[in-house]
Each structure stands twice: as C-alpha cells, then as structure tokens.
Design a protein around this ligand. Structure first.
Ligand code: ATP
Length: 240
C-alpha cells in the first residue's frame, strides 16, 4: 500500500502579475517520501513552489493538502497547517549563533519555550554538526552547514511538508552528497519532502517520485525507481 498523499497539485497555473509562468503543473508528495522537481533553468520550478506556498497567486488548477482544497488559503495559514519552505539562497541570520537561529525558527509557531528546547535537541540529533557548533556564529559555518541550519530552522516549525529549493546550490560535490544524505534521512521523521534540484543524479538517487517541468508544464511524473536516463534526457532535451 502506498503512503498517505500529503500534497496533490493538479493543473496549477501561477506566475507574476499578468505573466503566466506555470501553465499546467501537477505533482504529488506522500508522507515519508521525497518528490524531486527537476527541469531546466527557467522551467518554472521556483514559481511552482511559490504557488504551493501561497507566495504567488494560483490562477488555475487545484492544490489539495491533507485532503483539503488550499488553493485560496493565504500563505501564513499554509505555514500554520504545516507547510515549511526553505527558499533558495538560505535565509539564516549570520550574526546570530546556530542555536539562536533555530530558536527563531520556532518562535513564529507560538510553541512554549520548554518545547522549543526539546525541538532544538531533536534538530541536533538529525544534524549533529549543528549541536557541536551550537554556540558559534552561523556566519562562521561552511556553506553546507549553513544549508543544514536553514533546513533545521524550517523543521523547528514542525512541518508535515518540507519544501526545499535547491539546497545544493553553490556547494562542492562532496558536500552536496552530504546534504542529500541528510535530506534523505529526514524521511524517517514521517514528513513529506518536495525538493527542487539541479543535481539530477544525486537527487533522483534519494527520491521516491520524480516530476519534470518544461516551460511551466509537467512533462513527466513517475516513481523514481521507474525513471530511466532516457526518460530524463527526453524530458530535458526533447530527444534521446
Ligand atoms: P532556475 O533553476 O533558474 O531557478 P526555475 O525553473 O526555478 O529556474 P523560475 O525561477 O520559476 O524557474 O522562473 C521561471 C520564469 O519566471 C523565468 O522566465 C523567470 O524569468 C520568470 N520569473 C522569475 N521570477 C520572476 C519575477 N519575480 N517576476 C517576473 N518574472 C519572474
């Protein structure tokens, strides 16, 4: 039996003002699984995420989250319902310590202070390096560690659905592998993950479901185990 569907996007349309960038995006994210969203530069991946999180207005199609239509639900309410988004380029506070950054991630959720310190400990179990460096200034950490902190910060909101926009951006290949391993391990916490990546091989390796966007349209959506190199070449370049 397959896992519970957390998010189902069907025929979504969204863009910037009158500019319709995403014309027909469809994808599924299940609990305890990773869906990777691939596509060339400018295909509309980030814009798709912005539609899902409510940052951009959805002008067509349906977003179903935990069995409810959230197409018209405002962005802050989507966060409150458990949708956390780590935007491209890691929004952390460089001058604050790692622990302060994590606590800030939790404050917005209205959770009590004692619960917050428990959540912080859970993040240190997932990302031991953050625990080791908890009292250091976040800006002193490497790019990969800062990315883990940004993910940890998002997890402090106790999401059911974690959305990550290119966590590998700007990282050396060996660090990309480490970040991917950490993202993979997050599945065991029972959340669903929607991941945008340029690193096709590394991300397909940890994915359960693969969706490819081309010019704002979903052109492939399939279990990762059934996706071949030829499928990806076809989706990316239109020919094998
Ligand atoms: P990349 O991998 O380069 O980030 P992407 O697949 O995530 O690509 P998007 O960032 O969603 O693509 O961009 C899709 C299209 O939307 C591009 O043509 C881009 O120029 C346009 N676009 C992106 N942001 C804006 C904006 N703020 N206002 C207007 N157009 C935008």
């Amino acid at each position: 039996m397959s896992n519970e569907v957390l998010l189902e996007v069907s025929g979504m349309q969204t863009g910037y003002g009158d500019l319709k960038v995403v014309r027909d995006a469809s994808l599924v994210v299940r609990r305890g699984e990773i869906t990777v969203l691939l596509g060339r530069n400018g295909a509309g991946k980030t814009t798709t995420l912005r539609g899902i999180t409510g940052l951009n207005k959805v002008t067509g199609g349906v977003l179903n989250y935990l069995g409810e239509d959230i197409t018209g639900v405002p962005a802050p309410k989507r966060v409150a319902r458990g949708i956390s988004y780590v935007q491209e380029g890691k929004r952390i506070f460089h001058e604050l310590t790692i622990e302060q950054n994590l606590l800030l991630g939790g404050y917005s959720t209205g959770v009590r202070k004692r619960a917050l310190s428990k959540f912080v400990q859970e993040i240190y179990e997932l990302f031991p390096i953050l625990g080791e460096k908890r009292h250091l200034i976040a800006g002193s950490m490497s790019g990969g560690q800062q990315q883990m902190l940004a993910i940890g910060q998002a997890l402090m909101a106790k999401p059911q659905l974690l959305i990550l926009d290119e966590p590998s951006q700007g990282l050396a290949p060996v660090i990309v592998k480490e970040v991917m391993e950490r993202v993979h391990a997050l599945k065991d916490t029972g959340i669903g993950i929607l991941l945008i990546e340029q690193m096709v091989q590394d991300s397909v390796a940890i994915a359960d479901e693969v969706t490819v966007l081309e010019m704002g349209q979903t052109v492939l959506s399939r279990p990762a185990a059934e996706v071949t190199i030829e499928d990806l070449q076809q989706a990316y370049f239109g020919s094998v």
